[in-house]
Ligand binder design. Sequence first.
Ligand SMILES: [Zn+2]
Length: 210
Amino acid sequence: MNDPAGRLRKPTLAAKDGAPAAPIDHLRIEAAVRELLLAVGEDPDREGLQETPARVARMYAEVFAGLHKDPREHLRKTFTQKYDEMVLVKDIRFASLCEHHLLPFIGKAHIAYLPKGKIIGLSKLARVVEVLSRRPQVQERMAEELADLLMTELGARGVGVIVEASHTCMTIRGVRKADSVCTTSAMRGGFRDHEATRAELLSLVYGSRG
Ligand SMILES: [Zn+2]
């Protein structure tokens, strides 16, 4: 791909030391999955498992594709608009993998912001959620990363993010709380400083649920 400015390889939020994440190494994943099957006492050469390492490698390349994308790309195109009321997008569905168990957690994000002269296409918020969820994640950090990104890139007066998800590491193992939903939030600017603004967001998100 023609990428003279090196934009696609820009450090992502996932790379804490500022270095870009290494590309996905399929062969290395395959070797590791084969090793894992041996370690649990399976026979990786039996018919049903022969293709599994390659399948898992392709799956990881897909579910961790966000490691190699810069979410800020989706926030560059803004529109000048004299609108200063809350913008809220509810129920942005996502699936991610918890970094503690590499098991899926699935849920939705609600994102609100208070514009300061600049607004963004609504679908871009879903794109940003997509990039951040396709990384080894913890739900708490995901909410904070979303909030900080929007504050910085949009210069918003405030951002409120609520993430609700069900974690399979809780539903299929450990305490096995099948119905538990974990809620995390990150409030910045006006949403943190003004209780009325925060209350408005909460009632818009939860109000209809009674
Ligand atoms: Zn977990």
